[in-house]
Structure formats: C-alpha cells, structure tokens
Design a protein around this ligand. Structure first.
Ligand code: PLP
Length: 393
C-alpha cells in the first residue's frame, strides 16, 4: 500500500484530533526515521522530546525484549523488581524521596495535583484548595491538567473544569505573590515552558517561588515532562537552577518510547498520601519500569549529560547564526537541546518544505520552530539540519 492509501484509511477511522503531517512513519535508526516508501528523514523532533537515546538502541531494545519474555504486567497490588529498580534510580537522579509511576505526562500531573490537595487537606482539615499555575503553561489534556494549563484556547470548550486553578505570569514573582492566599496548596511551573514557546525561567524567579512556598508551607511543583531527563544538560532542569521542588512530574524521555510517566516527591509531600488515595492499573508495570530502569543506566554509560552540554553549545551557535542572517527570525530561546527560533510569521510552510527535503522539525505555537532532537545528535547532524533548514529559508 502507498502512503496516500494508509493516510486515507487512517482518516476514515481516527477521531480528528490532529492535523497530521502527510507521511507514514515506519521505522527508526539512531537519529533517522524512514517512511513506508523508504524515504529517510533526519529527525529533530524525537517524537516530541521522547526518544532521548535515538531509535533502535540495542541495549534498550534487548532489555525490553527480555522483560516481555518474563512478565509484562502484574498490577500494583504486588511488588515487582523492575518497579523497585526504576523508582530507586529516579529517586537517586532527582534527589527526591518517593515515586509514583503513571502511563503518561498528563496522569503524572493529575497525581501531583491530588498530592498537593491532600497535603493541604491534611494541614487544614478541610478541602477547597487552589493551585497557582503560569500563563502560557502547558500541563496536559486530561481534565485536571487542562484546568491548570495557562492557555485558554485549550480549555475553553471543556469548561467547567476542576475548580481552584489560578493563573499568574511566568517569570513575574510579584504576580505570583498577588495570587497566594490561605487557600493556596501549590505553585506549579515548567522550569522551561515548552508548548508555550520555549521560555526558560529566570533563576531569581524559581528561587523566589521556593522562598515563597517555604514561607507559606505550600508545595512547589516543577513540571519536567518536556524539559527533564537530560534535555537541558542536567538530569532535571531544576538542577541547573539549583532550586529543589517538593514534587516533580516527568514522562516523555523517561521511557524513551515506552509510554510511562511519574511524579516524585519529598518525604514531607509524599507522606500526605495514604493507601487508597491514588492508584493506577498499569502505571509502572514491569515492562514500562524495565524501560525506565534501562534509560537511567544508558544515560550513565553513554555519558548523555556531558554530550548534551557539549553539543548544545554548537547547536545554539548555529541557530544564532540564523538569527543574525535572516531578519524574519526574531530570536533564539531555550536551553540545552530544547531550543526555539521565533519567526515574525507562521513557520508551518518551512516545516513542510523541510520535511519534503528529509528533515523533521516541529513548531511550538504558530511562529516558533522547536528543536528537541535525540540527545545523541552529533555536530554533523546539526550541520545537516542547518543546511536543509537554510535551503528552506
Ligand atoms: N507537561 C508538559 C510540560 C508537556 O510538554 C506535556 C506534553 O507535551 C505534558 C505535560 C503532557 O504530557 P502527555 O502528552 O504525556 O500527557
């Protein structure tokens, strides 16, 4: 069957929630993807910041194959070894104390919201708490995560959402302070806003939030679903800021392709939950946990963080050259291998032309090109990407 046919058949049976690009992806190797016609693409999207280790890492694939042959699922009524190993590695990497695994990013956010509300409930002996989130943030599509997503375009059609969501301005501590009151249970922030346009938080802002949360005994939640797992050159972006949260959420590169998320918390926050407060049938099943565990091992054995710190300087310099050269490119923003170029016009046509020339890149909003490649990209990959992109500009 050719791609047109696959696409037509898909469109007949899928609910229309995406305007998909008109290619059918078939397999991946390293930082390259192939469509069903055999065309090769250099991939600077990595499944939206998921495939940190690239496609087809043998050690990772073997670990998953072994786990399939052993056991895929046990439910959370019992212990299993991969879960214990994955949780131990996430605790060590994050510096937090306890972990709960989910199946996606949005579910990690749901869990974090519930934990913050329960912390408040235990403290005050009543419900009715509020969470402060940031304008232009993105936290997911389930109802709780949507409620605290600071972009009305995603929320409007689905109201009423869960109550108690309050919005403040990113990188504006006074705006957050104005919203804090006796009902506030938590402040949630992406250390680098992803979908909202690749905006890194200022160090003073995160430090100010930490001090505010300490003063009021409220929880600081960092959504590291996109910016976490080495993407900015430290295992979690907050480690680059030296500001420790009470709760983090992660997903995407945590499983490097296997759907898994997690929220991790300090002992103080995590102890708000007791058995029965939260649960999931699949979350962190042995298959997903085996993936997480192997991802942490490979980050270490393949020196992923060192590589990100080295290669991102090169990527930044190359993107800066484009900003210098083309007056319709306004700015480069981001950190590490989470970069954006803001144009003064929509970028969709550039993405389509790049795709026709064998380069996959994505946008964040209408005018921003987003670069979130596998963390193993080389200088040659960056050069090839820039060559193709420039030929489209
Ligand atoms: N939070 C952030 C910062 C994200 O970037 C995303 C997804 O893009 C989510 C939450 C939701 O994650 P998922 O799509 O796995 O539900």
């Amino acid at each position: 069957m050719d791609m047109e046919n696959y696409i037509e058949k898909s469109e007949q049976v899928l609910i229309h929630t995406y305007s998909r690009y008109q290619i059918v992806l078939d397999k991946g190797e390293g930082v390259y993807l192939y469509d069903t016609d055999g065309k090769k693409y250099l991939d600077f999207a990595a499944g939206i910041a998921v495939f940190a280790l690239g496609y087809g890492n043998k050690e990772y694939n073997d670990a998953l194959k072994n786990q399939i042959d052993k056991i895929l699922h046990t439910s959370n009524l019992y212990y299993n070894v991969p879960y214990m190993e994955a949780a131990t590695k996430l605790v060590k990497a994050s510096g937090l104390d306890r972990v709960f695994f989910t199946n996606s990013g949005t579910e990690a956010i749901e869990g974090a919201i519930k934990l913050a509300r329960k912390y408040f409930y235990n403290k005050k002996n009543h419900a009715g708490s509020e969470i402060i989130s940031m304008n232009h943030s993105f936290h997911g599509r389930s109802m709780g995560a949507l409620s605290i997503t600071g972009q009305p375009k995603y929320r409007e059609a689905f109201e009423p959402l869960i109550g108690g969501a309050v919005f403040a301005d990113f990188n504006n501590l006074d705006s957050v302070k104005e919203k804090v009151n006796e009902k506030t249970c938590a402040i949630i922030v992406e250390p680098i806003q992803g979908e909202g346009g690749l905006f890194p938080a200022d160090k003073e802002f995160l430090e100010g939030l930490r001090a505010l949360c300490d003063e009021k005994d409220i929880l600081l939640i960092f959504d590291e679903i996109q910016c976490g797992m080495g993407r900015t050159g430290t295992m979690f972006a907050y480690q680059g800021y030296d500001v420790k949260p009470d709760i983090i959420t992660c997903a995407k590169a945590l499983g490097c392709g296997v759907p898994v998320g997690a929220f991790a918390a300090t002992e103080k926050a995590a102890s708000a939950f007791e058995p029965g407060d939260h649960g999931t049938t699949y979350g962190g099943n042995p298959f997903a946990a085996a993936a997480v565990s192997k991802v942490f091992d490979l980050f270490e054995s393949e020196n992923i963080l060192e590589h990100v710190n080295e290669i991102s300087i090169y990527l930044e310099a190359k993107l800066d050259e484009l900003v210098e050269k083309y007056d319709f490119i306004l700015e480069r923003r981001g950190k590490g291998l989470m970069q954006g170029l803001e144009f003064n016009k929509p970028v969709k046509d550039y993405i389509l032309e790049a795709m026709s020339k064998g380069l996959i890149i994505i946008s964040a909003g209408t005018n921003i090109l987003r670069f979130v490649p596998a963390l193993i990209i080389t200088k040659e990959n960056v050069d090839d990407m820039i060559d193709i992109l420039e030929s489209c500009l």
